[in-house]
Design a protein around this ligand. Structure first.
Ligand SMILES: [Zn+2]
Length: 241
């Protein structure tokens, strides 16, 4: 055994002892299985849950959208952008609409500000412990990861490339190292043409169903066409006034 592997084995022995001590009788089996197979075992259940969702952002995205569908659009809510400084709304259509983050529609402590559903122990989405929602929690761990994917999809380019079999859907060629993440349906078009869709289905435009990795040259060409389209739209909007 090398010095590094000895050190790691010792560290893992200690981490496992801490994890086993802190682990409740009921714990999501998939999370535990992954934690125990890590090169570095997470020493706390909470870290095991974090690590699980971080490793599965596409699963987190699907779950967050399914939970949002369970909540539905709150009565009286529409997707709006900030008009003043303090209305708490997003300033750009690039941010995913999030009614339950808005003061007027928040479901309060123990509920996730992304999907609106109750948050249980360890930020989990179902009450395996029959202990009710955790009043201190405001996010599901899965929804934290989904939100990161929705707002910074480029950080997840490796997993998105793999999902596409490393092919560029625009050109059919192999994805180059310089390939970029793109919204198939651009977000400005979602805002201008589809903002009245029910909120849970809007989220799909930020999630995996609307994300693709394309080669840089194809992306530049697509962006140029989209920029032209926006320019034309603006001209039409001005002519209409
Ligand atoms: Zn959530």
């Amino acid at each position: 055994m090398t010095k590094t592997s000895e050190w790691r084995a010792e560290r893992n022995r200690k981490a496992l002892a801490r994890l086993e001590k802190a682990l409740p009788a009921v714990f999501p089996a998939v999370v535990l299985r992954r934690a125990l197979a890590r090169p570095f075992i997470p020493p706390m259940p909470r870290l095991a849950v974090d690590g699980y969702w971080r490793a599965h952002p596409l699963r987190a995205d699907a779950l967050a959208r399914a939970l949002a569908a369970r909540s539905g659009t709150p009565d009286g809510w529409t997707w709006r952008l900030a008009s003043g400084d303090d209305d708490g709304l997003a300033t750009t259509f690039r941010a995913p609409p999030a009614p339950y983050r808005e003061k007027a529609f928040s479901r309060g402590p123990g509920h996730c500000c992304v999907c609106g559903q109750p948050v249980f122990r360890f930020g989990w989405h179902c009450d395996l412990w029959e202990a009710g929602p955790n009043p201190r929690a405001r996010w599901h761990t899965a929804c934290v990861v989904a939100w990161q994917l929705w707002t910074a999809p480029s950080d997840h380019i490796a997993i998105l490339k793999k999902r596409q079999g490393r092919r560029c859907p625009q050109s059919g060629k192999r994805l180059a190292r310089t390939a970029e993440v793109d919204h198939r349906q651009p977000l400005y078009r979602v805002w201008s043409e589809q903002r009245h869709l029910p909120w849970p289905s809007l989220l799909a435009f930020w999630g995996v169903p609307n994300l693709q990795v394309i080669n840089r040259d194809a992306h530049v060409a697509k962006c140029a066409i989209e920029a032209d389209e926006r320019k034309r739209w603006r001209a039409v909007a001005v002519a209409d006034i």
